[in-house]
Design a protein around this ligand. Structure first.
Ligand code: BEZ
Length: 239
């Protein structure tokens, strides 16, 4: 996994709500049904996990960050959350669907996660995911001069090939720009960098903000150049 210390959950919930609010589109692809067993991989503080549960599904939320799992348990005490790394999941043929929003760009090597996801699904089960796609936050990557984490932003071709290698047949895929407005205010870009690009000095943060200002700030709102890859794949019976 990309070096990612534990999250500042308080700041994440207060100022980065777009992470799960924008997850609603991929939830429509998931279309959870009552009685289904669903794994929410990278559940964060549990906001989308609870929506899946509201549809009547039996959902398990997993996340690699202890602070997120602790907060998810506080937010939704009746739901099941487990601390787990996407690369070492031990579920086998248990889920009708594996769902993942805004997580898999943090996970390297991606093969390890895909192997675990494929193993966790029942035959015929579906994998629905959305995360950073090719070109995601390119302005930020450029402004930070190679100091951003080694995020994984694949193209549709690259990720589909990987999924197919593990028996997941891709039926739908999209790669699209999703400009993402941060919380209103002049400091939101700095806040974003401190939250997600953890190894910058104060000076490097300031320099990156100034490089980004002409492109991403309109005087009131910072809007980051997110690009999403969204896929639906089904676990084949191996024929
Ligand atoms: C994303 O959701 O695309 C993302 C979030 C934080 C850092 C980098 C990418």
């Amino acid at each position: 996994m990309v070096s990612k210390k534990d999250w500042d959950v308080e700041r994440y919930e207060a100022r980065h709500g777009y992470v799960w609010n924008f997850g609603r589109g991929v939830m429509e692809w998931l279309a959870p049904k009552a009685g289904e067993a669903i794994l929410d991989l990278g559940c964060g503080a549990g906001q989308l996990t609870s929506e899946i549960a509201e549809a009547g599904a039996q959902v398990v939320g997993v996340d690699a960050a202890p602070s997120m799992i602790a907060q998810a348990r506080i937010n939704y005490p009746s739901l099941t959350f487990q601390l787990a790394d996407a690369r070492t999941l031990t579920f086998e043929n248990e889920f009708d669907a594996v769902f993942s929003n805004a997580t898999l760009h943090w996970v390297r090597p991606p093969e390890d996660a895909v192997r675990c996801i494929a193993r966790a699904l029942k035959t015929g089960g579906r994998f629905i995911c959305e995360f950073g796609g090719k070109g995601n936050v390119q302005s930020v990557v450029d402004a930070c001069g190679g100091r951003t984490p080694d995020w994984y932003y694949p193209s549709i071709a690259e990720y589909s090939t990987l999924l197919e290698r593990y028996g997941l047949e891709v039926c739908e895929a999209a790669l699209f720009d999703r400009p993402t407005p941060l919380e209103p205010g002049p400091d939101s870009m700095e806040d974003w960098l401190r939250m997600f690009v953890k190894n910058l000095t104060d000076e490097q943060v300031r320099a990156a903000v100034e490089k980004l200002r002409p492109k991403l700030y309109d005087g009131q709102l910072w809007t980051v150049d997110y690009r999403r890859i969204r896929l639906k794949a089904v676990k084949s019976d191996g024929r």
